[in-house]
Design a protein around this ligand. Structure first.
Ligand SMILES: Cc1cc2nc3c(=O)[nH]c(=O)nc-3n(C[C@H](O)[C@H](O)[C@H](O)COP(=O)(O)OP(=O)(O)OC[C@H]3O[C@@H](n4cnc5c(N)ncnc54)[C@H](O)[C@@H]3O)c2cc1C
Ligand code: FES
Ligand code: FES
Length: 1355
């Protein structure tokens, strides 16, 4: 068939079923197609931009030339359906199910407790499944690489890795029996601390077979389903025949706005491009897809040459290799790896430098589709390949109607942001990568906000050629990315060095030239100016060291690289070691059937792993359903003069626009006594405030409608963004809080020394994987509304919707099946969104769905409060702190929300573990023109305690002593009173402290670290031991109550309803365990369907780590009632079975339904008297972390983490350990990584995983040990357990303080000592600059105030 024929018909397979599609809209991506069209809702929407992996599916294609089928993990959110012709798609539903047979990847993630909220789980499963299809016995490295593009906000990844490690041939260091050498590549010797056998010993917990066997495990590897490739779907033979036949035709798809042409020959592409020079060439769609989705750039005509063979040729010649521009990064990587294996080493310098960058470029899913040509022509300023291609003398071949030409990729090639020398009608066909010549060396460098799956902050490619047999530089080529609008060359710097011998002298002369040549202005987009400039110097320095080492190795220079410099060239440690999780066994005599206290898999884990678990947006579309899209303010403070909805209403599919005027009832919500408008009517006070909402028949139509609403504003003066501005203008939400213990002035007088300091703690985006989602269905009778939503506080949503619609609460039923993560962010903000959606449903009398895009969610719904902590302390020579005066300023944003409660909680926790005799705390919620901040796991505590621990750290630095000594000296001991006069006994906290010191062998490791730091100049290690004392419960008494409703059906099955919501924390599993114990029946008989406000009314929020305490007691109460009712029957027939008792009870007219109630503790805080009993009890924990820092890049790795936690008698150790690990990891994100960036006019820049980095697999501590303190009791909570959802988050700060210690060691080498400024998060930028190396100090710093920075400091 000739290529001239046109057809818009696609044939592909999904999970083994053939799909034929005509006239697909080119804007349709595979994800919505699967979810909405095919009702395969396993793949999830997490970001829509390739950054989270929640949508991962496997794409398989038959390759004619190799006669093989290639399987790739891809992001369905960025894959146009138009590209699927001839492909087989496998989704999580296609590999196994609970109805038929589970696939081992599904079973193992669930059984290893690697699925909490489960929203990320299908994506994880599919990444791992694809890996196993390609490599049934992977290494740990393969697994971490395969999962690098998948984010999880709940688990901390350790259980996922542990579950999947079971697929490895030898799953651990030294776990092979009789191992002589460690499988980490480490030799087993007394002084090799990297070997797991040594670490086992260091735990004071010799790893012997006996102990391993006797050790209680969180999950058993016995009886796991074996991996059986014959179970897998085969690649459809029809697609093989279709591909082999070579019958192809040009395909054209015409959508509402875009025409998509898929040609089959290069001539056709050339012809199309000459007629449509502005049309992009789309293969990977990882750049253009984002343009269309997020930047609103419309490309009316797209050329997609995925089937043009010329673009995929890889041809090797003696001079080098020519790689087709259409090849994906993965194909390029495989081709280069092949060449590195076969060619002489000295010919593959460019190849290896490219491979280094390719290994870190994005995640697997992106690398499998993003093309070489796309990366080059997109000309991103921080493309990883371009600096190496340019430095490596590579050449690009392009064609057009005018013919074919070869363009050197030199300094003239990149002409500006997104621009190269290519003419608009030219097509990149291939890239020529030359073999390296004698004496030539090429290296690549890269620093990114996260070690993996993050665009580089700065990268570089450097090539040097030495004169034969000498160290004199003949050629030098240096290119940087991330320091300007495009890849830039540093030719003047090169000139400075060329002709000279490679040495200090040449280098010293080059630095000033480099700084002058790459003069990033202080307001440069992207910020981090000093860091980026420092990186340009540091990379050159690293290159210098590498080449020095090389020249020494070759015997050209006599001097070896200095011993203390060698580690600067090594990568950070990356080998996982076995982790331990220790917990108490159940009490002797507990019946085997009683699950309380035993590790039990999350009750939905299997359905989550198979994609069967239903989340809000997985619910099928209802008849006539509309989609709602919000219109938000673009101004930080302005009067609304006019809202023009005319253009929006005229668009196809748009049904209505909802404004404040449409609200029939209350137009605002009141939080902390202050009103917050649902939709702004007259004035907006932040960018992102909701003004109106467009409802339309489809999501794209609603979005286009929202974009067409025109709002006219009148700017208002007096903008307030930072806490300093708020303090100056006295812009606060009342009340300001204050608390004092002892006499602070006296305490200062008593002190040997006084010290003042401050610390800024940045905010934190919740980044729950499931964005805010809801569906409101009007029943159509008596005003009834059924609301399906993802909220932690169903009753608040119910009451708010009723008030907004001016109907009684009894007409509104809220249903919460499960939530894909919440972390405090799905209470107040969800309520407001639910009210707006309900108004739309009420007005249109149709069902309305709202699912926020990730960017909208981040913009609208606020975050954790950034806090500025200022302190003055008095301390004695021996380290005892006599007085502390601390002020906390939290940036609350434009509305009060729960901010006054948060700043109050700050003052209740600022003592942490320390008995400082004289202390005063003052806190204020600053009212600013930023989006309103809200509750987030810990509710202000993680911020306030960081200030407290910084105080301790400063004293330690002042006195030159280890911080743990100062901590220990100041701790509460014996029966104590908090600063608000609540009695407590810190014994268990002290036990955790001692146990953590013992488990982490702190004494020995302190010595090792000192030695390490002495022998390494630019790699430093640090260790920190941090305690926490965390109050559990609500200080507002009525919030501590809970209710339950338990039904027993005639077949003996039980339905438990309670007021808690399941958001991954496993509350339903624990309630099932409670009911199982109380009714003495197996958990398999107990079901929990959803949280429902008509089943259990007047619920309290699932928050404050109190969900299990309160609801557990209510479920227990209901079950006790029922069990008692059965007593006469049980007595008559003690042997049962249960089913016979139930049958008899029904016949004897005994009610089989009971409510349960728990009144809760009468907690309170009297701020007038500054005393109270705001908590039921305290949960205690201690964490020890050790990190290794690369001082030249600021990158670090947590080498080891040991956590000891007192959580009483755990109801479910696997769930509680999961909470500890997940919270710890979220804390690591807060304190070292996650940065919200706002423009000087208050616009949030960071609106997706591309710009906002949360911890990924690469951030898991290499060894992560959790020990639950044995022998503890808690009389204040159910079954002697303790709340654990929030406390462990703060323990992530031990990574922060370990980093600070590593930085202090580097500063000491630079001649600096004592306390220093180190704000949170301790990003690579902050860590690198704080190290104050000789190079960093060369970077000129612009005077603050002399320029407008790209981003503002919010705390
Ligand atoms: C989540 C994510 C993470 C990423 N991380 C990194 C990273 O760490 N490092 C990095 O370097 N990059 C990264 N990228 C960028 C990615 O590498 C590029 O988007 C990709 O290489 C572009 O290739 P594509 O085939 O997808 O281009 P497309 O989006 O299909 O096209 C991009 C542009 O290139 C042009 N083009 C494509 N092919 C040709 C051709 N043959 N001839 C002429 N013009 C052509 C098109 O006209 C279009 O303008 C990331 C992207 C995403 C989405
Ligand atoms: S939804 Fe596709 S990667 Fe996030
Ligand atoms: S379980 Fe991974 S995001 Fe919740």
């Amino acid at each position: 068939m000739s290529g001239n024929q046109e057809s818009g018909c696609l044939t592909f397979y999904v999970n083994g079923k053939k799909v034929t599609e005509r006239d697909v809209d080119p804007e349709t991506m595979l994800l919505p197609y699967l979810r909405k069209r095919m009702r395969l809702t396993g793949a999830k929407y997490g970001c829509g931009g390739g950054g989270c992996g929640a949508c991962t599916v496997m794409l398989s294609r038959y390759q004619v030339h190799s006669r093989t089928v290639v399987h790739c993990a891809v992001n369905a959110c960025l894959l146009p359906v138009c590209q699927l012709h001839g492909a087989a798609v496998t989704t999580v539903e296609g590999i196994g199910s609970t109805k038929t047979k589970l696939h081992p990847v599904q079973e193992r993630i669930a059984k290893a407790h690697g699925s909490q909220c489960g929203f990320c789980t299908p994506g994880m499963v599919m990444s791992m499944y694809t890996l196993l299809r390609n490599k049934p016995q992977p290494t740990m490295e393969d697994i971490t690489e395969a999962l690098a593009g998948n984010l999880c906000r709940c688990t901390g990844y350790r259980p996922i890795l542990d579950g999947y490690k079971t697929f490895c041939e030898s799953s651990n260091c030294c776990q092979n029996s009789g191992a002589k050498s460690c499988s980490n590549g480490n030799s087993i010797s007394e002084n090799n601390s990297n070997c797991c056998q040594q670490i086992g010993k260091a735990n004071g917990n010799e790893v012997t077979d006996d102990l391993e066997n006797g050790h209680l495990k969180l999950f058993s590897t016995d009886n796991l389903l074996p991996l059986d490739p014959t179970q897998d779907l085969i690649f459809p033979p029809e697609l093989i025949r279709m591909t082999e036949s070579g019958l192809q035709a040009t395909q054209t798809f015409r959508g509402e706005r875009i025409t998509w042409v898929s040609p089959i020959s290069l001539d056709e592409v050339v012809d199309l491009k000459s007629r449509h020079p502005e049309a992009p060439i789309v293969i990977g769609n990882t750049n253009i897809g984002l343009d269309i989705k997020f930047k609103g750039i419309l490309h009316p005509f797209i050329i997609s040459p995925t089937r043009v063979p010329d673009l995929f040729v890889v041809k090797n010649t003696p001079q080098g290799v020519s790689v087709g521009a259409g090849c994906s990064m993965s194909v390029v990587r495989a081709a280069l790896e092949d060449l590195v294996r076969t060619l002489p080493l000295d010919q593959t310098e460019v190849h290896r430098a490219l491979l280094q960058q390719l290994g870190n470029l994005a995640g697997q899913q992106i690398r499998n589709v993003a093309t070489l040509g796309g990366n080059i022509v997109s000309a991103y300023p921080n493309s990883d390949l371009n600096p190496v291609l340019a430095a490596g003398n590579c050449r690009l071949t392009v064609v057009s109607k005018g013919g074919r030409r070869e363009i050197p990729m030199n300094k003239d090639f990149f002409v500006g942001f997104g621009k190269t020398l290519l003419n608009p009608d030219e097509i990149a066909v291939s890239v020529f990568i030359p073999v390296s010549r004698k004496g030539e060396f090429v290296r690549a460098f890269r620093q990114a906000p996260r070690k993996e799956n993050a665009l580089a902050t700065v990268n570089a490619g450097m090539r040097v050629r030495f004169r034969d047999g000498s160290s004199v530089v003949d050629e030098l080529s240096i290119f940087y990315g991330g320091v300007g609008p495009c890849t830039v060359g540093a030719s003047k710097t090169c000139q400075q060095i060329i002709g000279r011998p490679w040495g200090e002298e040449a280098l010293t002369a080059a630095y000033p030239v480099l700084l002058e040549e790459i003069p990033l202005p202080p307001s440069a987009p992207g910020g981090k100016v000093a860091f980026r400039r420092a990186l340009t110097l540091n990379f050159l320095f690293k290159f210098f060291l590498q080449m020095q080492q090389k020249l020494a190795e070759m015997g050209i220079i006599a001097e070896d690289l200095r011993q203390d410099m060698r580690s600067s060239l090594e990568a950070l440690p990356n080998d996982f070691l076995p982790s331990y999780q220790e917990f108490q066994d159940v009490l002797e005599g507990q019946p085997g059937q009683d699950p309380v206290g035993r590790p039990m898999m999350h009750r939905s884990a299997l359905s989550q792993a198979t994609g069967e678990a239903v989340y809000c947006d997985d619910m099928p579309k209802t008849e006539g359903e509309l989609f709602l899209s919000l219109v938000t303010s673009t101004k930080a403070h302005a009067k609304i003069l006019n809202i023009d909805v005319g253009a929006a209403l005229a668009l196809p599919g748009v049904v209505d626009v909802i404004t404040a005027r449409d609200i029939p009832g209350k137009k605002f919500r009141m939080f902390c006594g202050m009103n917050e408008e649902l939709l702004a009517e007259k004035e907006v006070t932040c960018v992102g405030q909701m003004v109106c909402a467009v409802v339309a028949d489809t999501k794209p139509h609603a979005k286009r409608g929202a974009a067409a609403v025109k709002i006219t504003y009148e700017d208002q003066p007096e903008l307030v963004f930072t806490v300093e501005e708020a303090i100056e203008k006295k812009s606060f939400f009342e009340p300001l809080r204050e608390i004092e213990r002892g006499n602070v002035s006296e305490g200062f007088k008593m002190a040997d020394h006084i010290h003042e300091g401050e610390i800024r703690i940045g905010g934190q985006e919740h980044f729950y994987m499931e964005t805010q989602s809801m569906l409101v269905i009007p029943v159509g009778e008596e005003g009834e509304m059924n609301v399906y939503l993802s909220t932690q506080h169903p009753t608040m949503a119910q009451d708010a919707i009723a008030e907004t619609l001016d109907i009684p609460s009894n007409r509104v039923t809220c249903h919460i099946k499960r939530i894909g993560g919440a972390f405090g962010g799905k209470v107040t903000k969800t309520t407001i969104l639910a009210c707006i959606t309900a108004v739309a449903a009420w007005k249109t009398e149709r069902s309305v769905r709202l699912v926020l895009e990730r960017g909208e969610d981040m913009l609208i719904t606020g975050a954790r409060h950034p806090v500025l902590g200022q302190y003055k302390i008095g301390y004695m020579k021996d380290g005892r702190i006599t007085a502390a005066d601390v002020k906390y300023y939290a940036n609350a944003g434009n509305t009060a929300d729960e901010s006054p409660l948060i700043v109050a909680k700050i003052l209740l926790h600022f003592d942490n573990a320390y008995n400082i005799p004289n202390m005063r705390g003052r806190s204020a919620a600053c009212k600013t023109n930023l989006p309103s901040n809200t509750a987030f796991r810990g509710f202000g505590v993680p911020q306030c305690m960081l200030v407290t621990e910084s105080i301790i750290n400063d004293v330690a630095l002042k006195l030159g002593r280890p911080a743990e000594e100062i901590r220990e000296l100041n701790m509460y001991r014996g029966p104590s009173l908090t600063h608000y006069k609540m009695p407590f006994d810190p014994e268990n906290m002290l036990r955790c402290w001692e146990e953590c010191k013992r488990r982490s062998s702190i004494q020995r490791r302190r010595g090792d670290i000192a030695q390490f730091n002495q022998h390494n100049r630019f790699k430093k290690r640090g260790l920190a031991l941090v305690p926490i004392k965390y109050g559990i419960g609500f200080d507002i008494a009525f919030l501590n109550q809970a209710a339950a409703l338990v039904h027993i059906f005639q077949d003996g099955s039980v339905l438990v309803n309670h007021g808690g919501t399941e958001m991954g924390q496993g509350i339903h599993t624990k309630m099932q365990q409670v009911a199982s114990r109380e009714l003495r029946i197996p958990t398999s008989l107990i079901h929990i369907s959803e949280t429902n406000t008509h089943m259990v009314p007047n619920t309290c929020p699932s928050a404050a780590s109190f969900g299990t305490d309160a609801n557990g007691m209510a479920v227990k109460d209901a079950c006790e009632t029922l069990y008692k009712r059965l007593e006469p029957i049980r007595k008559r027939n003690p042997e049962g079975p249960w089913q016979s008792w139930i049958k008899a009870a029904f016949l004897e007219k005994i009610s089989l339904s009971a409510t349960g109630y728990y009144k809760g503790h009468d907690l309170y805080m009297d701020w007038e008297k500054q005393e109270g009993q705001p908590y039921a009890y305290f949960t205690y924990g201690v964490c020890c972390c050790e990190v290794e820092l690369d001082c030249l890049t600021g990158d670090y790795r947590t080498i080891r983490t040991d956590v000891v936690f007192d959580i009483g008698r755990s109801i479910n150790p696997s769930i509680d350990i999961g909470q500890i690990e997940g919270a710890f990891t979220q804390g690591v994100g807060l304190y070292t990584m996650e940065e919200l960036k706002f423009s000087p006019s208050g616009v949030l820049y960071t609106r997706g995983p591309g710009q906002y980095k949360i911890p990924a697999v690469c951030d898991v501590p290499l060894q992560f040990n959790i020990y639950l303190l044995p022998g503890t009791q808690n009389p204040h909570a159910i079954y002697s357990s303790k709340g654990i959802g929030e406390p462990a988050l703060f323990l992530g700060s031990s990574v922060f303080f370990a980093l600070k210690e590593a930085v202090a060691a580097a500063r000491s080498d630079a001649g600096l000592s004592g306390p220093f400024e180190f704000h949170s998060p301790a990003t690579p930028e902050r860590a690198c600059l704080a190290c104050a190396s000789h190079l960093t100090q060369m970077v000129p710093i612009s005077k603050p105030g002399s320029f407008q920075p790209w981003a503002i400091e919010t705390p």
